[in-house]
Structures are given as C-alpha cells and as structure tokens.
Design a protein around this ligand. Structure first.
Ligand code: FAD
Length: 469
C-alpha cells in the first residue's frame, strides 16, 4: 500500500529523512501538499514565495516521474480522503515546531493512529531536535552562548543522499491546479518587481551555498556591512526547506577542514536559528506575547494605523538607513540582518511601537519569513525577549550607517529622492508600492517623522518610569 508524503516546509529531495524512509520502504509514494488554514493565514510575500517553491518542487518531482498532489481544505480530512482514494496506509511528514502546527499535527497523528494508520513524523528541519539540547540541570536554554557551546562539539547527522527514484502509485489521486490557488494574490505590490530578485528551488539553494563557500573566508569581516554581499542569503531556502540545515552545516565544516576561515562565525549564526526554534518549542509565547511579561506594562503604541507606523511601513520615516532597509525588503523580499536590527530598533524605541506590529509587517513582506527567527529577532531588539539586547541600548541609525555603510552605497542603492542620479533599484521601489501610497521618486526626501535625539529621550524616559513603578 502507498505511503503519503505530506510536504510542508521541506521542499527538497536531498537531506530529507522522511522522504528517504518512504523511498527505501519499496512502497509507492504519493507526494502531497495541503493548502490548509495555516497556509491560508500566511503573509503575502511568504505565501507568494511558497507558491514559487511549490512550482519548482513540482518540476523536480516530475523529473523522476513523480507528482505533487495539491489539495485544499482541512489537513486531516484531505489526508483521509487521499487515503481513501489510493488505499494508502501510512503518512510521513517532517516535523514543524510552531505552536499552531504542533497542535494540528498532534491531533492528526492521534486520530490517524486510532484508525490504524501509521502516522510518522521525522526530523530534518533542524540540526538538533529542541528536546535533545538541554542545560547541565536538564532545562531548556534561555541564553544563546551556553547553547552554542553545548552544541559545538555534537555530531550533526550526515545528510541523507538525494532521493533519485520514487515508486509511483497504481493510480494518482485527484489534484488541484497550483495556479488556481493564486498564491500571489495578496501581493498588493508589484510581484513583477520582486520576481527577478528570487530564484526558487532546491538547485538554486545549492548554487547559493556553493557560491557562498567562495566568500566564506570574508564572512566575519563582511557580514555586518550593509553595502556588501557578505552573507549566504540562504534564509529563504532554509525557511521553506529547499535546503536542509545539515547540508549547510557539513559543507561549511568541510570548508573549515581545508582551512577556510569564517566557518565558526557562520555556524554560530546558523545555530541562532536553532536557538530560535529551541525557544519557540519550549516557550511558545515567543511568537505571541512579551517573553518577559514585565514588558506588558510598557506604554507601547499598539495602534497599527498610527501615522508613524504607516510612515515606517511605507519607508518614509526621513531616516535614510531606516527607509533604505524597509525599501530593500519591499522590493526584494529580503533585508540585511543589520538593517533588520536598525529598523526594528527605530520602530520599537524611537517610535515606541509594539514589536508585534513590526513582526506582522515583516511577516507580510519577507520571502524568508520564519515564525521562530522573526519573533526572536523582534523580541531581541525590543528587549522583551530572552537573552535580549537591553532596551536602553538604543541603536543610533546615523552612527550605524556610518559604521556599516561608510560610503553610503547601501543608502544610494535604496533611496532615490535627493539624488541627481538615483539608482535603478531605488527607482524600482516606486514601481513596487501601491499607487494609493502616492509616493514619487522626484519628491523631496521626507523630514524625520521623529528626530533621533527626541525619540531616544522619549523612549528612555518611558523605560525609566516603568522601572520605577
Ligand atoms: P547568514 O548571515 O548567511 O546566516 C546563515 C543562516 O543563519 C541564515 O540563513 C539564518 O537561517 C541563520 N541566522 C543568521 N542570523 C540569524 C539570526 N539573527 N537569528 C536567527 N537565525 C539567524 N531570519 C529569517 O530567516 N526569517 C525571519 O523572518 C527573520 N526575521 C528577523 C527579524 C528581525 C527583527 C531580526 C533582527 C532578524 C530576523 N531574522 C530572520 C534573522 C536574520 O536577519 C536572517 O536570518 C538573515 O538576515 C538571513 O540572511 P542570510 O541567510 O544571508 O544570513
């Protein structure tokens, strides 16, 4: 009887324990993707990117004579229907760790098990399952550095080889057409502007990794530079599972063995992703509320329609490096990590706006959106998270720009107003934004909506008065 391989955020053929197990069983395999309510609720850009990933993955499966079956609706019902249509008796999937997916998967597993179906979940999305990493006293980590030390010496399982062959079922179940799902519908920005910046699929991920290994030795010195392509740009692939973290780990380790510097610095960043998942798994409130509840009483602005929030979202705060980061995200679906910290600090501190409003905007705009990394990043910057940067450490965007964009090249790449020769990328922002925003590249660059010293003083005052309560 066939095995259903329920794909979610694991759109790859190599380094895939669930797929390997299914392929090695010698039974027919039915690859399935379900557009359930969790997919429905995704932000515009990540959902659009997922659609591109599914298209690429369909082609990979087709190359070996297999198919990806598309179904829409309640996940349990769809799995049960496909089982009824095909006589499948097992369902395999790679684990997800966000609270909503865990709840869904637990229910499905328990119902199917009661029905006598083999429902089996596998590792693959992480280097280390969150429950296998613990402090000396057996507790989850709350602080990054000790976790990094704890995992450094551990063996990371070698990635499974690429699955080259899947046995087809005698007959395929019915499938929706992916294009009918219109996964880019919510992109009210010009998807045509974003599209050239995106290369979906497993092969593109491996190409990115290989190209990056050539730059690895400069990683430590360049990773914080806004004006350099110093990082791996692998986050969107890791997020959708178009590449597995174990593949990345081992390729980077191999480069380290041949003496390439930068490997440790890189793996340290990769383990931040593990830390985010570790936190989300053990303390699911990470994605929903202040990790440190004492922040509940902070006088955040919680109005998502506040004019300062709108100006921030539309990247016209009047602070060039902040606007540059936000425009980069709008046009490419990605933002440099340093810029993420700068724009998040500006929103939560200078504008005293709740980090959840920023987190939601990122969720709508980032093609590398990841529930754990996004939430941890925002809570880290805001100061409400575990091992967070203290609130009083307020980034000064001006000095950040001087340090990490010394010649202003990043700003020039993303800001058009005020330049006699704006760059192409800066102009493309104006093609990407909805017309209703009324933005024009030949307008005057906006004055700061909140002056830096004023915003800083206001935030610190609020922080001090909260502390004295
Ligand atoms: P590299 O420097 O090449 O790092 C390699 C990999 O390590 C990344 O792909 C990523 O998987 C992981 N990594 C690196 N830095 C971090 C970090 N600080 N936290 C967690 N993992 C990290 N990352 C996302 O993948 N999705 C998000 O939605 C996301 N939202 C963020 C929001 C805020 C406010 C902040 C401050 C950070 C956020 N990050 C997020 C983390 C980080 O900015 C990106 O992972 C990184 O910029 C991706 O670029 P890269 O792949 O070239 O990184």
């Amino acid at each position: 009887a066939p095995i259903i391989l329920w794909f979610r955020r694991d759109l790859r053929l190599s380094d895939h324990p669930a797929l390997t197990a299914a392929a090695e069983s010698g039974r027919p395999v039915i690859p399935l993707f379900i557009h359930d309510n969790l997919v429905e609720q995704m932000g515009a850009a990540p959902k659009w990117r997922l659609g591109l990933g599914l298209e690429a993955f369909t082609a990979s499966l087709a190359n070996m004579g297999s198919r990806l079956i598309f179904r829409r609706g309640d996940a349990l019902e769809q799995v049960q229907q496909v089982m009824a249509e095909t006589g499948a008796t097992s369902v395999f999937w790679s684990r997800a760790y966000d609270p909503a997916s865990i709840e869904r998967d637990k229910t499905i597993k328990s119902v199917l098990t009661k029905e006598g179906v083999t429902a089996k979940s596998f590792a693959g999305h992480l280097l280390f399952e969150p429950w296998t990493v613990a402090t000396k006293t057996g507790n989850p980590f709350r602080v990054y550095t000790p976790m990094w030390r704890a995992v450094q010496g551990r063996d990371v399982q070698f990635p499974n080889a690429r699955v080259a062959d899947l046995q087809a079922p005698v007959s395929w179940p019915a499938s929706d057409k992916l294009s009918d799902w219109q996964m880019g519908d919510a992109m009210n920005r010009g998807a045509a502007v974003v599209r050239p910046h995106v290369k979906p699929g497993e092969q593109a991920a491996l190409d990115h990794l290989e190209a990056f290994l050539g730059r690895l030795s400069h990683y430590s010195s360049n990773r914080d530079r806004l004006d350099q392509d110093g990082t791996s740009n692998l986050s969107e692939y890791l997020s959708l599972g178009e590449i597995g973290p174990r593949t990345v780990w081992h390729m980077v380790q191999r480069a380290a063995l041949t003496g390439t510097p930068g490997a440790d610095a890189y793996l340290r960043q990769l383990v931040w992703r593990e830390f985010a998942y570790h936190l989300m798994y053990h303390t699911p409130q990470l994605v929903a509320s202040n990790w440190k509840p004492e922040w509940d009483s902070f006088p955040w602005n919680t109005d998502p329609d506040h004019p300062e929030v709108t100006a921030w979202q539309q990247a016209r705060t009047g602070i060039p490096v902040v606007d540059a980061g936000l425009r980069q995200m709008y046009v490419t679906g990605r933002m440099h990590n340093r810029a993420r910290m700068i724009v998040a600090s500006y929103l939560t501190k200078h504008l005293m706006t709740h980090w959840k409003i920023g987190m939601k905007w990122f969720e709508d705009c980032l093609i590398d959106w990841d529930p754990a990394c996004n939430a941890m990043g925002w809570q880290w910057v805001a100061g409400s998270g575990p091992d967070a940067s203290p609130f009083f450490r307020i980034f000064n965007p001006k000095t950040q720009a001087e340090k990490f964009d010394p010649d202003g090249n990043y700003t020039h790449r993303w800001i058009a107003e005020g330049y006699s020769e704006p760059s192409k990328t800066a102009l493309s922002y104006f093609d990407a934004v909805p017309r209703s925003w009324g933005l024009r590249p030949d307008a005057e660059y906006p004055k700061p909506i909140v002056e830096l010293p004023e915003g800083r003083t206001r935030a610190l005052r609020a922080y001090e008065s909260r502390k004295s309560h």
